[in-house]
Design a binder for this molecule. Structure first.
Ligand SMILES: *Cc1c(COP(=O)(O)O)cnc(C)c1O
Length: 432
């Protein structure tokens, strides 16, 4: 199994977090998002304990809320001692509504509006990660008007290509995010921020990519960022207190994906950071990480019911399920791979190949092409798509006016709905 929260019981049913998926599907209906809260907590604790081992108390682990954002998630993050990243006022509002402390929110985005910034300032958001000069100028003026000194990090692009998929690679010089170090724009922004009365520059941020399986890119970006910090210290006498290395550690979508040992990778990066600081004669900064996917992905599974099986002899076979790109657009968007199982007959040999498709009016509405399933798969069978905890619920839509599935949280052997299923009335609630 790709994660140890997945098993098969005597009935041949797939179990998630020790609970029978066939029973969960009949209790809550399909399509259905399941989230294993114990696994989420376990992943948070892995990060926090490794960071503690590496840096003592001088660290912060920040959950990237865009991976999965709903109130219960923020309650768990608060309980686990995590900070959170928000990329919109909507995410901030969701976190605050769940009682998440504003001072532990980091606000990201490459085009925050003045309204967004005003909201963040008024709510007391702890850190704003400033992306560009317009934002810096606007924020300084607004903070001045409100008599606030706003804590910020400047988002920099260290110029690294993580060799992952183009759309999820963000650390290159030509990225839409942040100030490039190479071009001198980072230094200009740093000088500007240091001259501003409404701003407290806490340090620097970078985020180089996603679904990364080793620490090389973190080691490289840490080197570039620390050299930059040293250069700024030498030129302007300012020593950055914090260094945020972003998120991006990978998760297993397929059996063939490597295992990612988060702890040993964090320790490896830490050794490098400490050695580099020593070499550069810099104090070790407060190191921040922003994991999203690796906190929630393997805590998620989606269940669907088969509606139709279509065979086109000599060409292709299709299994159509009662969801689709509306609840999981990731294959349509960037050809993401997934492991798919027949949840009600999980011990049957998977000896026939099907494209698993949804019911949207798009030929591209594919959850996963060429998956192996039992040859007798038929209407009413239960299909599980694994590792759907990250960027599934949060990317879901109402395209074709399909209703979004509920999120059911599994914890300590119990199950509980934390986001309810949408209703037809929800769909028209904004329509005049
Ligand atoms: C998306 C994002 C993350 C989280 O990335 P994962 O790959 O989900 O860990 C962290 N920081 C920033 C700035 C991001 O945009």
């Amino acid at each position: 199994m790709i994660c140890d929260n997945i098993s098969i019981n005597e009935a041949g049913h797939l179990c998630f977090a020790g609970q029978d998926t066939v029973e969960l599907a009949s209790q809550y209906g399909t399509p259905l998002y399941l989230m294993d809260a114990d696994r989420i907590r376990h992943n948070c604790r892995t990060y926090i304990s490794a960071m503690q081992q590496a840096y003592g108390d001088n660290f912060e682990v920040i959950y990237a809320g865009k991976a999965a954002s709903f109130k219960q998630m923020y309650r768990i993050m608060a309980q686990e001692g995590m900070s959170v990243d928000s990329v919109s006022v909507g995410e901030i509002f969701t976190a605050l509504s769940a009682g998440f402390p504003a001072e532990h929110i980091h606000f990201h985005g490459n085009n925050k509006t003045e309204r967004d910034l005003a909201f963040a300032l008024d709510q007391g958001v702890g850190t704003i990660v400033v992306d560009n000069t317009e934002e810096l100028t606007a924020l300084n003026e607004m903070a001045g008007d409100k008599d606030i000194k706003q804590n910020i990090l400047l988002r920099l692009t260290p110029g690294i290509d993580t060799h992952t998929y183009e759309a999820v690679s963000t650390g290159k010089v030509d990225s839409k995010f942040g100030f490039a170090i190479e071009t001198g724009q980072a230094e200009e922004a740093t000088k500007l921020a240091l001259s501003m009365d409404g701003i407290v520059l806490e340090g620097f941020h970078c985020h180089v990519g996603s679904q990364v399986f080793d620490s090389d890119s973190f080691v490289m970006s840490a080197t570039i960022m620390l050299r930059y910090i040293k250069e700024i210290q030498t030129k302007y006498g300012y020593t950055a207190k914090s260094l945020d290395l972003g998120g991006g550690y990978g998760v297993r979508y397929l059996e063939t994906d490597p295992y990612m040992d988060i702890r040993s990778n964090i320790l490896r990066v830490a050794d490098h950071i400490k050695a580099t600081c020593k070499e550069l004669d810099l104090p070790v900064p407060k190191v921040m990480m922003e994991p999203g996917r690796s906190i929630v992905a393997d805590a998620g599974m989606t269940l669907y019911t088969v509606g139709t099986v279509k065979e086109i002899p000599g060409y292709k076979n299709y299994v159509a399920i009662d969801g689709g790109m509306t609840d999981n657009p990731r294959y349509a968007l960037y050809e993401s791979e997934y492991t798919v199982m027949a949840a009600n007959q999980a011990n049957e040999p998977c000896d026939k190949v099907f494209d698993l498709v949804g019911r949207c009016c798009e030929s591209g509405d594919i959850i996963q092409p060429a998956v192996s399933l039992p040859r007798n798969v038929q209407k009413c069978d239960l299909i599980a798509v694994l590792t759907t905890g990250a960027y599934n619920y949060s990317m879901s839509s109402n395209y074709n006016r399909f209703l979004k599935p509920p999120v059911v949280m599994l914890e300590q052997g119990e199950s509980r709905m934390v986001v309810r299923r949408e209703t037809l009335d929800d769909l028209i609630q904004y329509d005049f």
